[in-house]
Design a protein around this ligand. Structure first.
Ligand SMILES: Cc1cc2nc3c(=O)[nH]c(=O)nc-3n(C[C@H](O)[C@H](O)[C@H](O)COP(=O)(O)OP(=O)(O)OC[C@H]3O[C@@H](n4cnc5c(N)ncnc54)[C@H](O)[C@@H]3O)c2cc1C
Length: 429
């Protein structure tokens, strides 16, 4: 990802006027929810702290902007708290600076009293079975990034992303529910959202007649929230079947036009994935075959366990995220902390990451002395090869996205970094 910034004026690091009062300079790497929650907690528990939040992308908020479902705006509203955070004169947003690439981690360590790494968990877990290289298989967050208008989404560069008539989702947690719901809803279901309409159109969800979810666990241990399941069942025109039996779960959450094609959503439990292949039968050209074995646990599976084959035109995996080497901050040090998914190896939800961020803030607070001898952001500014995106730059991008929203949408996100760069340049000129 790159944004042209050579014409952008610099952000204003702490002027140093009140340096004698500063207790600690803290750098946070990553402006996702965990980094922002950590900054909020530190403002409360560390008097006279100065915090700089470094973000690799020009836009803040991590998966809150590019992962969380675009029709769940209530969840995204937590950004209002974060806006107030960046309004504080104790906190600076430094966007478009990837630590370890645009700025060496060691420079942060030398200039800040403490560094908190909150880079999340960016890699989707790979399927642990043989997969045909020609099969159309995407990760759930790949799909969500596309629908959330992420400029770095690789789906935007593909010739065709149409999903076909039958989508199979591997997994049965809340992210799997998000995928099923987003593909099941008709256009009206996105009123008040900031979905990327061009991406939705390219995926052609209205042509889908069947969505199948494969759950590894039995029904009793399913990981979706009941409210998420209810929401899916309440979409007009959608019929949900659990192991072949029609679900009676319905609420009045949605009313309005039924999608023009009826959609059957089937969930199968106790499905141990074995293989993903392309159907060789010419009648089903480009159809994917997903083979499973049925059993409640590995201990109960044998060569004789019943096998099932599912057919689909596209497969979406929603089986979680895994740790990947961040490439810096690996050596234990007294002044370096990790928070959120990059510390626990589990992405977690917002509430969990808020709690983890608070714990990290308290660990930092316990080590803060009376007065910092370092210079924080002012000390690293000379090392920045490119001019960062400040929070007021981001607010200009934000405002432009809201202004250009089409009817029924709350914003239309820019799908390229260069468009954002243009807005910033215009605002500054
Ligand atoms: C599809 C999907 C749907 C979800 N829906 C919900 C939901 O409905 N409710 C809920 O509670 N949770 C939901 N979650 C989980 C939620 O998104 C996470 O709990 C949260 O985003 C984790 O926050 P984080 O800050 O740890 O990581 P992220 O949100 O991933 O943020 C990490 C940030 O660090 C930045 N970064 C990475 N490396 C560097 C570097 N070297 N230098 C500078 N910056 C860097 C990244 O650009 C990013 O902005 C969902 C997750 C997904 C994937």
């Amino acid at each position: 990802m790159s944004i042209s910034t050579n014409y952008l004026s610099g952000i204003m690091p702490d002027s140093g006027q009140n340096d004698e009062k500063i207790s600690a300079h803290v750098a946070i790497v990553g402006s996702g929810p965990t980094g922002c929650f950590a900054a909020l907690a530190m403002l409360k528990c560390i008097p006279e702290v100065r915090i700089t939040v470094f973000e690799a992308r020009p836009a803040p908020y991590g998966l809150l902007r590019y992962g969380v479902a675009p029709d769940h705006q209530g969840m995204k509203n937590v950004t209002r708290q974060f806006e107030r955070l960046f309004g504080s004169n104790q906190v600076e947003f430094v966007g478009n600076v990837r630590i370890g690439q645009d700025l060496p981690f060691e420079v942060l360590q030398e200039n800040f009293d403490f560094v908190v790494i909150a880079t999340g968990l960016p890699s989707e877990r790979a399927l642990p079975v043989p997969v045909h290289p020609g099969a159309k298989i995407w990760g759930a967050s790949q799909l969500l990034r596309y629908l959330n208008a992420d400029p770095d989404s690789d789906l935007r560069t593909k010739e065709t992303v149409e999903l076909g008539d039958s989508v199979l989702i591997i997994g049965s947690g809340n992210v799997a529910m998000d995928v099923a719901r987003l593909l099941a809803k008709s256009d009206e279901g996105f009123d008040g959202s900031d979905v990327d309409d061009a991406a939705r159109e390219a995926l052609a969800p209205s042509k889908i007649t069947r969505i199948t979810l494969l759950s590894r666990s039995p029904y009793e241990q399913v990981r979706w929230d009941p409210s998420m399941f209810k929401e899916l069942c309440s979409i007009p025109g959608v019929e949900v079947y659990l192991d072949g039996r029609r679900s009676t779960e319905r609420t009045d959450t949605f009313s309005g036009p039924t999608r023009h094609q009826r959609l059957r959503v089937e969930v199968f439990f106790n499905q141990k994935l074995r293989e993903i292949d392309l159907q060789e039968d010419n009648a089903y050209a480009n159809q994917i075959t997903v083979r499973t074995q049925n059993g409640t646990s590995d201990a109960h599976l044998s060569a004789e366990s019943p096998k099932t084959s599912f057919r689909a035109s596209a497969v979406i995996t929603a089986i979680g995220f895994e740790e990947r080497r961040i490439g810096f901050g690996e050596v234990p040090a007294d002044n370096v902390f990790r928070a959120g998914g990059c510390a626990t190896g589990r992405l977690g939800n917002l509430a969990e990451n808020r709690a983890l961020a608070k714990q990290t803030a308290q660990l930092v607070a316990a080590k803060v002395g009376k007065q910092s001898k370092l210079t924080g952001l002012a000390g690293v500014a000379p090392f920045l090869a490119q001019t960062p995106v400040s929070f007021s730059d981001w607010k200009a991008i934000d405002e432009a996205e809201v202004t250009r929203a089409r009817p029924g949408r709350i914003r239309q996100k820019f799908t390229s970094w260069s468009e954002m760069s243009d807005v910033v340049a215009q605002t500054r000129s």
